[in-house]
Design a protein around this ligand. Structure first.
Ligand code: NAG
Ligand code: NAG
Ligand code: NAG
Ligand code: NAG
Ligand code: NAG
Ligand code: NAG
Ligand code: NAG
Ligand code: NAG
Ligand code: NAG
Length: 339
């Protein structure tokens, strides 16, 4: 619709061109360009407003409005890596993204799904190493390398990456320099994918079990955070953690608060909010993600197998206790929700 509107004016313009003086012509073009721009932006804003009810929210920056129609979109990057040549894909634009998440919220699984796309390079938890987040300058140096495609690991697709990013946990320096990082994301047009888990009690079970396995190494003496077979999943889920019922309410509150704070800090960044539970139930959400990253749609796959399946009561040692503590509180829903 926007295109038709604009080409209509272009056509009219073409007809009149020979008869106008250069100054009038320039003024006319200026006026038409302004009208066209304002119209396109209002269409975009309407679309953004009409989306606010869906579980997935896409929020564009005001100046990022209509970038799909704008050749100089800030979200299209043409990096020039120092370590290799982008060869035949040098003309293909690259989108920058960051997955913002918390441990045991499905982000490992989500990242394997993304990396099964031939044009996505998601480089993992780069900031799990302290020396990369000692201070804001080491953070920025690290980000620059990732977005310049000069970061290498098994996920790198090198020359034909159309979207490049990393996974950043809230407790890995992200919340320590929010102002500087937001400024960086907006300056370099990085899109954020928030991936959270609705059921924070299930997340807590997973955190405790994973932390136990770090020492217990249940799988033949090796610690695994993610597994690829049902046998491994079963072996790991045999361990039932004991949950501290004295601190559980405040632990859940704190996790909720941290999530809300992250959203508030990074609100001005172009972003999408995803929930692990929705991704599991509805694979179309993955198409939304690919559209958000503006890459060609593909069916994404992962070999990972979920560890804690079925009723939560099977996975908590002191279930009665936890049930009683949460009964009648706002967190009661976590006792019943699946996944
Ligand atoms: C930041 O951290 C890096 C790596 O630890 C260090 O080499 C550098 O001197 C630090 N810079 C500042 C300004 O503190
Ligand atoms: C995706 O990768 C393929 C193969 O590497 C390449 O031919 C294609 O141009 C890439 N697509 C985009 C949108 O970059
Ligand atoms: C442990 O190793 C044996 C032999 O290599 C294998 O058959 C078995 O499945 C492994 N068990 C687990 C839980 O990974
Ligand atoms: C449970 O949490 C309370 C309050 O935070 C703490 O005082 C207590 O030591 C914890 N118990 C265990 C076994 O960790
Ligand atoms: C983000 O900003 C919008 C508009 O300013 C506001 O309506 C919304 O509540 C904010 N969200 C959060 C999580 O702060
Ligand atoms: C699945 O996700 C798609 C894309 O977000 C959405 O349009 C659709 O309504 C969802 N389906 C269900 C059953 O929630
Ligand atoms: C994804 O898979 C579905 C069903 O297996 C198929 O109908 C669809 O065409 C596939 N889409 C793409 C983009 O490959
Ligand atoms: C919690 O405990 C009550 C009372 O013992 C029981 O009726 C209920 O089924 C329990 N809830 C769950 C989810 O197991
Ligand atoms: C759960 O709370 C309800 C009231 O909210 C109460 O009647 C019931 O006895 C409680 N169940 C348990 C197991 O504490």
């Amino acid at each position: 619709m926007v295109e038709n509107f604009c080409s209509f004016f272009k056509d009219t313009l073409n007809l009149k061109v020979p008869k106008m003086s250069p100054l009038i012509l320039r003024m006319t073009i200026l006026v038409i360009a302004t009208v066209c721009g304002v119209y396109m932006c209002s269409v975009c804003l309407k679309q953004i407003n009409s989306q606010t009810n869906s579980t997935i929210e896409v929020i564009g920056r005001p100046d990022g409005c209509c970038e799909a129609d704008n050749l100089e979109s800030p979200y299209l990057h043409y990096p020039q890596p120092e370590t290799f040549s982008r060869a035949e894909c040098a003309e293909n634009p690259v989108h920058f993204f960051v997955i913002i998440s918390m441990q045991r919220s499905g982000s490992g699984w989500f990242e394997t799904l993304l990396n099964s796309h031939m044009n996505i390079s998601s480089n993992g938890e780069i900031f799990s190493y302290n020396d990369r987040r000692d201070n804001i300058s080491s953070i920025i140096r690290t980000l620059d390398r990732v977005y310049n495609l000069d970061w290498f690991n098994s996920a790198s697709k090198n020359e034909c990456s159309a979207a490049v990013g990393l996974k950043w946990m809230l407790n890995q320096g992200l919340m320590d320099y929010p102002k500087e990082i937001v400024e960086y994301f907006n300056r370099r047009s990085v899109s954020a994918i928030f991936l959270f888990r609705r059921n924070l009690l299930r997340r807590l079970v997973s955190v405790l079990a994973n932390s136990f396995d770090r020492h217990a190494k249940l799988l033949n003496g090796t610690h695994k955070s993610h597994v690829h077979s049902l046998e491994e999943a079963e072996a790991l889920s045999n361990y039932k953690p004991l949950i501290n019922s004295t601190s559980i309410i405040s632990d859940l509150k704190e996790a909720e608060f941290t999530m809300a704070q992250a959203l508030a800090y990074f609100n001005s960044t172009r972003h999408i909010i995803l929930y692990y539970e929705d991704l599991i139930q509805n694979r179309s959400k993955l198409m939304d993600v690919q559209d958000f990253l503006r890459i060609p749609r593909m069916n994404l796959t992962s070999r990972q197998v979920k560890i804690h399946k079925g009723a939560l009561r099977e996975h908590i040692k002191n279930w009665e206790d936890v049930n009683k503590t949460l009964n009648g509180t706002v967190y009661e829903k976590y006792l019943h929700l699946d996944y």
